[in-house]
Design a protein around this ligand. Structure first.
Ligand SMILES: [Zn+2]
Length: 136
């Protein structure tokens, strides 16, 4: 970060800066980082990147919800399911929507309509419907 005192000042034009978007020189206020049109372009680019990553996370959460639903429907909530099976079905444990801590101290990771808790060795999970969890 360049201090404003190190920036060249030209009376009538302002401080000399290098645009952080197009790398071209410009003159303006000392704290100005972009040409005006470049600032708009930069903000648009930032917003579209953010929207893309939100879309990616949404897709992961939808997939996770589907995987949990498939296992819940075929095995119910009483059996433990191997984490490796979930992952090979496309499950991504990095993303969940919230956590719920029950009075017995167990923590469930919530993904849309389903939640799961991991076994102590973290190799298995138990899946529960979120509605059933609330009544526990
Ligand atoms: Zn520029």
């Amino acid at each position: 970060m360049i201090s404003i005192y190190e920036k060249e000042f030209i009376p009538g034009k302002g401080y000399k800066g290098i645009c952080g978007f197009c790398n071209k020189e410009f003159y303006g206020k000392a704290d100005k980082k972009y040409h005006s049109p470049c600032k708009i372009a930069f903000n648009n680019q930032k917003a579209s990147k953010r929207n893309a990553s939100i879309k990616d996370i949404k897709a992961v959460l939808i997939k996770n919800d589907e995987v949990l639903m498939d296992y819940y429907q075929s095995k119910g909530n009483s059996s433990f399911i191997a984490v490796s099976d979930l992952i090979s079905s496309g499950f991504n444990s990095k993303h969940y929507t919230s956590t719920v801590k029950l009075s017995d101290g167990s923590v469930y990771y919530v993904i849309n309509r389903y939640a799961y808790k991991t076994s102590e060795n973290k190799k298995n999970v138990q899946i529960e419907k979120i509605n059933n969890l609330k009544s526990k």
